[in-house]
Design a protein around this ligand. Sequence first.
Ligand SMILES: [Zn+2]
Length: 263
Amino acid sequence: MTLPPPQRDFTKHDELSDVNIVVEGTILYVHRQYLAEWSGVWRKLFITDCPDDLTSSIEIVLEDKNLDDVIELLQCIYSTQKPISETNVTFLLEFADEFDMPSMRSRCETFLCAQDACIDSLILAEKHDLKQLYKQCVDFAKTRTMEDLERDPLCKCLSERTLIKIYKEKVNMMRDYAQDLKNAETKLERRNGQLTDEKDGMIEMFKNISKIWDMPNKRCYKHMTEVTFDFTCRDCNEKIQREVRRMCHDAQHVRRFFKMNNK
Ligand SMILES: [Zn+2]
């Protein structure tokens, strides 16, 4: 097991720090280079809003933020990058939206896509417009029963648009399933027709076999004119045997039918 890299303590003053973020009365000493690399909002602040102020520290006061959340965000964007997890993904996405952080957004989406799809993730995907995750979660949601979806309190947090999308995908899935069943049925019907033909052929063959003892031309030349079959004649029996063997050989499909039915 490898230990995670030690995390930076942002509350400790650092000589190279050029931005002070103030959250809940605590000062976090950070570096504009990192912030600008990750956040479009902060980049704009440094470049456009105070272009000349490259040496002295800038103070950013985050009024409505939680200190722990902001520290976690910083730890996720600094070079010692903390991994995205179930605990931080929700508020990291909020930061990503508010401060225009496309790389953070994409890291969060990658993390969520690697988890099992669920309605929670679908809510996040919808809220933060994460397209790949959205698709993945709709594909999951459509496989759940209507009862499951209606009973799940989380589904009430989904927008009408997403619910309609799930139901629509569900209908499409059922339609494809119905089509598959129909194709399978057609195939079975065709097979059934074949087997019925084989069975009829077999019955026909047995009838023909039973008749050959009454057919004078199937006997040896000495007995061709006799009314009944002479079972004591070796030649007649041999001729009949050959004939039965030939008929059975011609009706190989009959044997196949037998095998299938006797299983
Ligand atoms: Zn004979």
